[in-house]
Design a protein around this ligand. Structure first.
Ligand code: SAH
Ligand code: SF4
Length: 396
């Protein structure tokens, strides 16, 4: 995913700089505190591209700011659109050469409903969890994103919206496992909430996790910060061990217990995501296992057909199969939504980004990977637990 990785630029990104630190930095230069507010406004307004663009700043001060801080920590290297311009995927280059992606999805106004602009952002470069149907998982883990690198994906998208339009939703469903970079994700969410910055309400922010139980428990103690989504994919441990390798560390019943406590304590409904894979996790038995697991909970299930990923042996479930699956869960009184995947032709399904940049693995490696996955899922479907290790890098 990186052509050439170099050292990170040590200058802090302005978007994540706490106001008191900026005020102190200004005070050392005998500059008044109101300049901090001026800068913050300009950073989030999205029209300037560097401190020197601000005519309100004395030139020497603008030059010093540029020396000490980064106006943005992401450089938009490529923008690809699909769905008739309704979906835009952006490849962002970071200062050390790593690339990450965000996806902006536009939903036009419909009867009684305003237009929406939803941005899907990354929280890490790569991901240690290694879900086999996910292109990010295939890349392995690179590094945690800095708070500013998370926020600057949001600033980049806001600046690209038509004048007068605002982002209506931000979802942490891009590259990476947000709960394995939780301190920075929480800092970023606080900035997104801040009326002086993006001013987006907690209800309009969703963080998705593959099931990092200590992270979920930490969030519960903090109270409602955003909507929590859990990537379930399978209710049976044997299959979930294969689809979400983190399950070998925190099995599904522990994840559900933590999610249930979270819903009870915060009063907020949990979203459960299921990426639907034909003949793997879409059987009646799986639907009934999901229904039994979530019956009576404050929950909502989203079914998403798997986006094709080159190096798996699998395909998306067919729509009639997904509809049948949904009906069985609904019969247990659990609300279900079937989601259409956005940006399929540009590989822009959230959470399946950037792999093509890493260069395709050699063909024998692909064949071997497919055979391994087939054997692992066949074993899981017989109900046998995986004897493979917890992925390296998953700690908690
Ligand atoms: N790591 C977190 C958040 C990023 S992934 C998590 O796993 O929840 C966001 C979502 O995209 C997850 O629900 C993930 O399962 C889903 N996803 C990954 N690859 C996909 C694919 N090929 N097709 C459809 N959804 C996919
Ligand atoms: Fe990581 Fe989420 Fe992809 Fe799994 S689905 S590999 S947890 S980004």
């Amino acid at each position: 995913m990186a052509d050439s990785v170099t050292a990170l630029d040590p200058r802090p990104g302005l978007s994540a700089l706490p106001a008191d630190e900026l005020i102190a930095w200004l005070a050392e230069r005998d500059e008044p505190a109101y300049r901090a507010r001026q800068l913050e406004q300009a950073v989030w307004a999205g029209t300037a591209t560097r401190a020197a663009d601000l005519t309100t700043l004395p030139r020497p001060l603008a030059a010093e700011i540029e020396e000490a801080f980064r106006w943005s920590t992401v450089e938009d290297e490529a923008i690809v659109s699909s769905d008739g311009g309704q979906t835009e995927k952006v490849l962002h280059r970071l200062s050390d050469g790593l690339t990450i992606e965000s996806v902006l999805m536009h939903y036009p106004a419909r009867a009684g409903r305003k237009a929406r602009h939803t941005l899907c952002i990354s929280s890490q470069g790569g991901c240690a969890v290694g879900c086999p149907f996910c292109a990010t998982g295939e890349l392995g883990f690179e590094r945690d994103l800095e708070t500013a690198e998370i926020l600057d994906q949001v600033r980049s998208a806001s600046a690209r919206l038509e004048s007068g339009a605002r982002l209506t939703n931000v979802v942490f469903m891009g590259m990476g496992e947000p709960l394995l970079n939780l301190d920075r994700v929480l800092e970023a969410v606080a900035a997104l909430n801040d009326p002086a910055k993006l001013g987006l309400g907690a209800r309009h922010i969703t963080v998705s996790t593959s099931g990092v139980v200590p992270g979920i428990r930490r969030l519960t103690a903090l109270g409602p910060q955003f909507t929590l989504a859990i990537s379930l994919h399978a209710a049976r441990n044997a299959l979930r061990d294969v689809l979400v390798p983190l399950n070998r560390r925190w099995p599904v019943e522990e994840v559900i217990a933590a999610a249930r406590d979270h819903a009870r304590t915060t009063g907020r409904r949990i979203s459960y995501e299921m990426t639907m894979i034909g003949g793997v996790n879409d059987t009646d038995q799986d639907a009934d296992a999901v229904a039994n697991l979530l019956r009576g909970d404050l929950a909502h299930v989203n079914l998403i057909p798997m986006n094709p990923v080159a190096h798996t042996p699998w395909q998306a479930s067919s729509m009639p199969v997904i509809e049948r699956f949904a009906a069985r869960i609904e019969a247990a009184g659990i609300p279900v939504t079937i989601r259409r995947n956005r940006g399929v032709e540009i590989g822009a399904a959230c959470g399946q980004l950037a792999a093509e940049r890493a260069g395709a693995p050699p063909i024998p490696a692909v064949a071997l990977r497919r055979r391994r996955l087939e054997a692992a899922s066949a074993k899981a479907l017989r109900g046998e637990r995986s004897d493979e290790a917890v992925p390296a890098g998953v700690v908690g």
